[in-house]
Design a protein around this ligand. Structure first.
Ligand code: NAP
Length: 276
């Protein structure tokens, strides 16, 4: 891996921030400063990475760091930006990015006006804890957006991951997709486990029965058209089966609504595909 004699500050000892910092250090960037609201987060971070300086006081940020990474929870990024404005001098082209997927570099505009070059750098993975983050970052894909898009793409090469350049609108779209394919598929599986439990089917039994089918759906859906990847009552037009499912869901109004919405979406997409 190419070594890069640069320094970085991490603002937010979050799961994402620490996992990313681990790879930046491995790639030769110096972990110069860690700021976190609570000391607990700073102590936890020490298990994974030794920063030259750590503080719960943002005004302690060294003036000479070349990269500033804001990795706090989304709703607080603007707050941290405002705090930074109070403690930082002119940016002199130094690079600042955040790791949110839902938001773009516009959140950092006040810093841009102060001479910083800004961007957003989002790993398209789910990081439930730091260890998992460190384990799954290799081989992952990061979206790179903002004025420093090219620098961020360089960073992905440096840490050995894939970078894809996106504009703001594309980034928003991809994040929405990520919420559907990860968060809501997860919720759907949990809801189905709950539904099956009430009928005396254990989580493990349901997993044994449905896991392969769910894997097939993911395999096929990314590669083929809807018509070529879908089986089941909607595509066959088995009305009685569909009504039986809807009856089964009588006491599960949210799942029933989802079932109906999926059915409507399926039929519309199939009609549209036919026209192509
Ligand atoms: N987790 C993921 O799957 C994932 C994936 C890709 C991108 N991201 C992005 O990465 C960023 C961090 O997410 P995460 O899930 O890694 O976060 P996290 O582990 O839950 O950590 C949240 C961080 O935000 C700080 N924070 C919360 N409220 C604050 C406040 N009022 N003032 C100052 N700091 C505050 C916390 O500080 P304390 O320690 O003091 O509470 C902590 O450092 C987010 O922008 C997220 O969208 C997350």
């Amino acid at each position: 891996m190419v070594k890069m004699n640069k320094t970085f500050a991490l603002l937010g000892a979050s799961k994402t921030g620490i996992a990313l910092a681990h790879y930046l250090e491995k790639a030769g960037l110096e972990p110069a400063f860690l700021w976190n609201r609570s000391l607990k987060g700073i102590q936890l971070a020490r298990k994974y990475i030794q920063f030259r300086k750590e503080s719960a006081d943002l005004s302690q940020i060294p003036a000479d760091v070349e990269w500033i990474i804001i990795a706090v929870k989304d709703d607080v990024i603007e707050v941290v930006v405002q705090q930074l404005l109070g403690v930082l001098k002119n940016g002199d082209g130094k690079k600042v990015f955040h790791t949110s997927g839902a938001w773009d570099s516009k959140l950092l505009e006040p810093l841009q006006k102060k001479g910083y070059r800004t961007g957003s750098f989002h790993p398209l993975i789910s990081i439930p804890d730091i260890e998992t983050g460190i384990r799954i970052i290799p081989g992952s894909v990061f979206s790179c957006e903002g004025i420093i898009q090219d620098d961020l793409l360089d960073l992905t090469r440096l840490i050995g991951v894939t970078g894809i350049a996106l504009n703001s609108e594309q980034k928003e779209t991809v994040h929405l997709g990520a919420v559907f394919v990860n968060n809501y598929v997860t919720v759907m599986i949990q809801a189905l486990k709950q539904f099956a439990r009430a009928k005396g089917i254990s989580d493990d039994t349901l997993k044994r029965l449905l896991e392969r089918l769910s894997g097939q759906a993911f395999d096929n859906a990314w590669k083929k058209s809807l018509k070529d990847s879908l089986s089941g009552p909607a595509v066959r037009g088995d009305e009685k089966t569909i009504q039986k499912h809807r009856d089964l869901l009588e006491n599960s109004p949210e799942l029933k609504k989802l079932y109906d919405q999926f059915l409507a979406l399926t039929l519309r997409l199939l009609v549209e595909e036919k026209k192509l």
